[in-house]
Design a protein around this ligand. Structure first.
Ligand SMILES: *Cc1c(COP(=O)(O)O)cnc(C)c1O
Length: 374
């Protein structure tokens, strides 16, 4: 059993995929070209925003957004404490300071802790500029509340949709909720390519133009008239071709992972395991199916039980950001949920090609192991 079965996915779309990649190879256009532009149009349409600007990774996409808003030294950016490192790393990359905010039972940023920490920063005479809200494990954050807060304090709202692409709140798609939203096409993300890739989404014409310049060495009207310091961060044509094929099948896969999640919910259903909490109106893209155990000992017992079979499971994330060595000067961030969750969560195999007996097997291991723990 695979944690995320990219091989089976390739076998399923092989003919279409090989054809799309071969087309790029014989075109000789490896950077840019029509494939990338076509993909950007399709992605913007899918998400329901005006502009999609692709780039070389989800990390670069976040970095580009902060550069577009000129966020830098002296600025505070509020980041959930329980997420992949890159969500905070980019804040440090531009010279600004991350402020870690606790998460709630959905694993997403807790709006009430956010507001408390913004007020504390203001009382200390600091300069809150933006909030990065992560759609963790595929579940869109609480953007109604977050938007109210960023409006009140006149801050930017950046949606890190690296895991969220495909999710929704009511009929509105993830990656449309931030002033700028970003995603990642890392192979194991909901929409993944065969290498690194990323994109930013926005309705703002000026920001899209600025991001397009920054990602190609700060180009001006031509490539060799540089008007600002940028970077080299382009999605290549082969990855665009791969993503084009995967996008054709994306909604079918999305439906399938939602069925897998419902099956897990139903079969694991014991009061001693917390299945993912999906608030009303929200749809997850199921980047991960993450359960939570009563205590760290049971989590370790369960992890070992899966290892013995072996069935792959993962701990996302083993360390809250404020306890990472690199952020030792920020270790006093008050984030008790993030600390607890890092010791009690476990992500189970999740992908569109899991079959009924595999789902039953995984669920059985969870139920049996937990029942044996006192
Ligand atoms: C994967 C991920 C990123 C970084 O994306 P890359 O394409 O690997 O650079 C950022 N934020 C979150 C929440 C992620 O899961």
């Amino acid at each position: 059993m695979q944690f995320r079965d990219l091989n089976q996915q390739y076998q399923c779309y092989k003919e279409e995929m090989d054809h799309a990649v071969a087309e790029v190879l014989s075109s000789g256009l490896f950077i840019g070209g029509g494939k990338v532009a076509e993909l950007e149009t399709r992605l913007a349409e899918y998400v329901g925003v005006k502009h999609c600007v692709t780039c070389a990774s989800g990390t670069d996409a976040l970095y580009l957004a902060l550069r577009v808003w000129n966020i830098g030294p002296g600025d505070l950016v509020f980041v959930p404490d329980f997420t992949f490192f890159a969500s905070a790393e980019v804040v440090s990359m531009v010279g600004a300071t991350p402020v870690f905010v606790d998460v709630d039972a959905t694993y997403n940023i807790d709006p009430s802790d956010l507001e408390k920490k913004i007020q504390k920063a203001l009382n200390e005479g600091l300069n809150p500029r933006g909030v990065i809200a992560v759609d963790l494990f595929g579940l869109p954050a609480d953007f109604a509340l977050l938007r109210a807060i960023t409006n009140q304090y006149n801050m930017f709202l950046l949606e890190d949709g690296a895991q969220g692409f495909g999710g929704a709140i009511d009929s509105r798609k993830a990656c449309s909720f931030g002033d700028i939203a970003t995603t990642s096409f890392f192979p194991s993300k909901p929409l993944g390519c065969y290498g690194d890739g990323g994109a930013i989404f926005t309705d703002n014409d000026d920001w899209a133009a600025l991001a397009s310049s920054l990602k190609v060495h700060g180009k001006g009207s031509s490539k060799y008239s540089n008007v600002r310091i940028g970077l080299n961060s382009r999605l290549d044509a082969i990855q665009a071709a791969v993503l084009g094929v995967k996008l054709n099948h994306f909604d079918t896969e999305l439906q399938r992972v939602n069925e897998v999640a419902s099956k897990y919910d139903e079969l694991i259903g014991t009061s001693r395991v917390l299945c993912p909490m999906i608030p009303k109106g929200r749809t997850s893209s199921w980047a991960q199916y993450t359960i939570r155990l009563e205590n760290p000992i049971i989590r370790e017992e369960l992890r070992k039980a899966f290892q013995r079979i072996p069935i792959p499971t993962m701990v996302y994330y083993p360390t809250p950001l404020h306890l990472l060595p690199v952020y030792k000067e920020l270790k006093d961030a008050d984030c008790p949920n993030a600390e607890l969750f890092s010791q009690t969560v476990l992500s189970l195999p999740m992908h569109p090609f899991l079959n009924q007996s595999e789902i039953e097997h995984v669920s059985q291991i969870v139920s049996d192991t937990v029942a044996q723990c006192v």
